[in-house]
Write a protein that binds this ligand. Structure first.
Ligand code: GDP
Length: 294
């Protein structure tokens, strides 16, 4: 992940550093190369244009070119703007003032929703929460079983009512959490291969009934700009509180992660870094920018 982009930026910065003093044209040339590198990493075109314009304005507009280490200053600006692009500061999840906190996971089939439900339960239980996993994906064959297996591995309860109406399942799960003292409800909702009205209506009904504190979209980073389109649609139809980007351990070029915040306005809150249950990390924009810049 970000390997190609990181390598490209390294070469661009090396050549800047080799120049000593910099002219406005040197900066413009470097920014043209940064623009190409970002586009090749599959970052949204509009996002790239704004990003490069912003860096250029700051780099040429201030006293950067007159400073003792102009290349370092330009690199610093790129890092700051990359951090901004990734969301600025870390966005945490909303915890309910009166438990249970209800988290609804939404997303397309195959994005990693069910696996992420287990990972999130594990991560938040380490922070002292007592999760109840809820199987509300009643359409995908084996989704309920998959969650139950995860629950067994994690030694955590899984709430299911079989193929019952998902709204009823979610409602009953919250009551169950109340009576059994679980302070966190994680609802694994159904996904489809494509976004459709039926799916959105069902999710909107669950939202309207249980009033989750967090609606988190699980998207697959490997799908690139399609992930950004999916996030935009879900956000418009449902209103998202955040995004969990999965498969960041894969060889995705990074375009989805770098575009989604700017395009949708929704922060990435967690990153999936592998198939194992402990492969979920809170998303830190500054650390991710560091990773990209090496
Ligand atoms: P769902 O249909 O959205 O519930 O998707 P699943 O949870 O069944 O996941 C689909 C596949 O993606 C499974 O093989 C998961 O192991 C895999 N997966 C989920 N998250 C990640 C991740 O962060 N990295 C990798 N490499 N694989 C993941």
């Amino acid at each position: 992940m970000f390997q190609g982009l990181g390598d490209r930026l390294e070469v661009i910065f090396k050549s800047l550093k080799g120049k000593g003093r910099l002219t406005a044209e040197d900066v413009s040339q470097a920014m043209r190369e940064v623009k190409m590198a970002l586009l090749e990493a599959d970052v949204n075109f509009k996002v790239v244009k704004e990003f490069v314009a912003q860096v250029k304005e700051r780099a040429i507009g201030q006293d950067v070119l007159e400073s003792l280490s102009p290349a370092q200053q330009v690199i610093k600006i790129v890092k700051e703007e990359l951090t901004e692009l990734l969301g600025g500061t870390q966005s945490k999840i909303n915890i309910a003032s009166k438990p249970p906190t209800i988290i609804m996971l939404v997303g397309l089939q195959g994005a990693g929703k069910t696996t992420t439900a287990g990972k999130l339960a594990k991560l938040l239980s380490k922070q002292g929460r007592r999760p109840l996993l809820v199987a509300a994906d009643i359409y995908r064959p084996a989704a309920i079983k998959q969650l139950q297996v995860l629950g067994e591995q994690l030694k955590m309860p899984v709430f299911t009512l079989g193929q019952e109406n998902p709204v009823k399942i979610a409602q009953a799960a919250v009551e169950d959490a109340n009576s059994t003292g679980r302070d966190l409800v994680i609802i694994d909702t159904a996904g489809r291969l494509h976004i459709n009205e039926e799916l959105m209506d069902e999710l909107a009904n669950i939202k309207g009934t249980v009033k989750p504190h967090e609606i988190l979209l699980v998207v697959d980073a490997m799908t690139g700009q399609e992930a950004v389109n999916v996030a935009d649609s879900f956000n418009q139809k449902l209103g998202l509180d955040g995004i969990i980007m999965t498969k960041l351990d894969g060889d995705a070029r990074g375009g989805a992660a770098l575009s989604v915040r700017k395009v949708t306005g929704c922060p990435i809150k967690f990153a999936g870094m592998g198939e194992k249950l402990d492969a979920l990390e809170p998303f830190h924009p500054d650390r991710m920018a560091d990773r990209i810049l090496g």
